[in-house]
Design a protein around this ligand. Structure first.
Ligand code: AMP
Length: 400
């Protein structure tokens, strides 16, 4: 049977899509709707030949956005489908699956009910993902929907890794614990790394670094995620584009008292005004700007990049110790896929740990490549992430 799978990733004001032909593993079209709800929405679309086009249009909600995407997909000039009936399944990225979803799931009424019950855990993200499913159910009622969770891969964590040292009543009452995010990406890059290196996934100690605007590090042992840096929300751990990562939690009540901030205001500061952007006095959250200043020997860029790298190295070292050794380190996402400089700064700190960096192999972007010497005790490999592929794969497995 010909299998066409549409992958949707609905954000609060955006909708990313990719159409897969699962029979030949080709992406037939992909794009992004931006500024849904906001005036001046537009769709950036790429067809199977890589030709780009842009479609303006005021799209008042995700349903209208999906309708417009489907029109483009069947448009003979830009599209990839003869008719909408050719879509066999839709896979949705869902940010939070709580403690309930340990794997992806085929959507039915019961699943929808559970998804709604998880909204308090991800009040900004899960509602947009749910609206995406409801829009498909309305417009393409014959199509099965599959949900793929950012948290599911980390459900293998045991309590000694996911509990916070808070009164247990908060875990029992609110399920406050570490969940971890970017799971689809960590799973993809680590499995792919083992495939490329000819290693057995179930017996290799792996550390994976997904470092883009959002960033996290995870460690995988015995084929399962042992621990990861993102926590109850996607705020813990590394310094990110606009998120602070690890800080002393006592800073929060201090700021509330001394700046008279509300809970929502402090949430906005920690999530949207901190990280690289905060350290850079609000000028930019883009690592390219930081690197440019670093290369020119400027401050505060040099200090920011050093802080950024230090935090990554601390997590790698901690996870290596936690697993009693690491054999493979995988690097992925916007910054580590594209930046030889940030990669090199991290690698220089890992030399004594047993990762012999081969600088001559490091000058590339977005390729699957090893950057350590053949003798290196730890193999470090760059693997461009592909969350959409993983979502399509799970969707295929559940509907085939
Ligand atoms: P992502 O969230 O994975 O899409 O990654 C976005 C981040 O990658 C942004 O902070 C970009 O500045 C950063 N980025 C993109 N291209 C480069 C590059 N060539 N060098 C360094 N950082 C980059």
């Amino acid at each position: 049977m010909l299998m066409k799978i549409l992958v949707l990733n609905a954000g609060s004001s955006s909708l990313k899509y990719q159409l897969f032909n699962w029979d030949n593993q080709q992406v037939e079209a992909k794009g992004n709707v931006e500024k849904i709800w906001i005036e001046g929405s537009f769709i950036k679309h790429k067809n199977h030949e890589g030709n780009k086009s842009e479609f303006p249009g005021n799209l008042a909600n995700h349903r209208e956005a999906l309708q417009k995407v489907l029109e483009i997909l069947v448009n003979p000039q830009h599209g990839a489908l003869e008719r909408l009936e050719d879509i066999n399944a839709v896979g949705h990225r869902m940010v939070h699956g709580g403690e309930i979803f340990k794997t992806s799931a085929l959507v039915n009424a019961k699943i929808m009910e559970i998804l709604h019950s998880l909204i308090p855990l991800a009040p900004l993200h899960n509602p947009a993902n749910i609206i995406g499913i409801e829009a498909v159910q309305e417009i393409l009622p014959w199509v099965p929907n599959v949900v793929v969770f950012d948290t599911a891969f980390f459900q293998s964590m045991t309590p000694e890794h996911y509990l916070y040292a808070l009164p247990m009543e908060y875990y029992e009452k609110y399920k406050i614990r570490k969940y971890g995010f970017h799971g689809t990406s960590h799973q993809y890059i680590t499995q792919r790394a083992c495939e490329l290196l000819g290693k057995d996934y179930n017996t290799t100690n792996i550390i994976s670094c997904h470092v883009g605007n959002g960033a996290s590090i995870a460690c995988i042992q015995n084929g399962k995620a042992l621990e990861t840096s993102l926590g109850f929300t996607p705020l813990e751990g590394l310094i990110m584009g606009t998120r602070c990562g690890d800080i002393d939690p006592a800073i929060v009540p201090f700021l509330i008292k001394n700046e008279g901030l509300s809970a929502d205001e402090i949430d906005t500061i920690l999530n949207k005004k901190s990280g690289v952007l905060g350290l850079y006095n609000g000028k930019s959250s883009d690592m390219r700007d930081i690197e440019e200043g670093y290369v020119a020997g400027k401050e505060p860029e040099t200090q920011i990049l050093k802080m950024y790298v230090n935090r990554i190295v601390r997590y790698i070292g901690g996870y290596a110790a936690l697993m009693n050794g690491v054999e493979v380190i995988v690097m992925a996402a916007g910054i580590l896929e594209r930046s030889p400089l940030t990669r090199a700064l991290i690698m220089k700190q890992l030399e004594r740990m047993g990762a012999s960096f081969d600088e001559t192999k490091n000058d590339f972007r977005e390729q699957e490549r090893v950057i350590t010497t053949p003798e290196s005790k730890i193999t470090v490999i760059v693997v461009p992430t592909d969350e959409e592929y993983m979502i399509a794969k799970d969707t295929y497995e559940l509907v085939k």
